[in-house]
Write a protein that binds this ligand. Structure first.
Ligand code: C5P
Length: 222
């Protein structure tokens, strides 16, 4: 069987990375978390006090930044200039700033180049917002993964709790809605379901049910 390319897009906290990781494990594919790349740039920009609205400064920063995704057990480690920042890129501050960084056209152009290079082999699962529409439009399988905003906020709440973080549910819901709005309304490669994507609403599905469903769809395309 030949490896295929699986693109998984969808709004914030829909479970894309959890599912994508498990599928990559089961199929022995490479997993690429593109959100982590935008988060890495945002983290470095915040550290260096760079204006998140400056297309020019962010692009220059990205040109001088090495972002490396590395398998780490069941997870994916994110190295920025060789330093493991896997935890830091999930901070509240980075989450609040990342959608602004992701609106810039020249930032996206460089990111998309990097992402395509990472996907040159076969057997790839890539998740993000514009994978099926812009990064890998020829992907054999495109999934658009959603869940109700209440469900997504609840899942994020439980995930946060397990990491010892407490953010009120209502606040999480508002933050998710705000990020979705920014990601869907930006001019360059907005979050949008590709015409040939399969819509998977995970609201009342378990993780294993979603994984099984995507694997069946993938096997039909191998
Ligand atoms: O997937 P995650 O929630 O970590 O993504 C963080 C942010 O990065 C998104 O809200 C979006 O602004 C941006 N992003 C993007 N395009 C991608 C992946 C992520 O614009 N392919």
């Amino acid at each position: 069987l030949n490896g295929i390319i699986i693109a998984i897009d969808g709004p914030a906290a829909a479970g894309k990375s959890t599912i994508a990781k498990k599928i990559a494990q089961k199929l022995n594919y490479t997993y690429i978390d593109t959100g982590a790349m935008y988060r890495a740039l945002t983290h470095k920009a915040i550290q260096l006090d760079i204006n998140l609205n400056s297309d020019h400064d962010l692009t220059a920063l990205l040109e001088n930044t090495d972002i490396h995704l590395k398998p780490d057990g069941d997870n994916q480690a994110v190295l920025i200039d060789g330093i493991d920042c896997s935890e830091e890129i999930r901070s509240h501050e980075v989450t609040a700033g990342v959608s602004a960084v992701a609106t810039h056209m020249s930032v996206r152009k460089l990111m998309v180049e990097k992402q395509r290079e990472l996907a040159t082999g076969t057997g790839v699962v890539m998740d993000g917002r514009d994978i099926g529409t812009a990064v890998l439009p020829k992907a054999e399988l495109k999934i658009f993964m959603t869940a109700s905003v209440d469900e997504r906020a609840e899942r994020r709440f439980i995930e946060n709790e397990s990491r010892g973080i407490y953010t009120p549910l209502e606040q999480l819901k508002q933050e998710i809605e705000k990020r979705d709005q920014s990601d869907s309304e930006r001019a360059v490669s907005p979050l949008k379901m590709a015409d040939d994507a399969v819509l998977v609403d995970t609201t009342s599905m378990t993780i294993d049910q979603v994984v099984d469903k995507v694997i069946v769809l993938a096997e039909m395309r191998m």
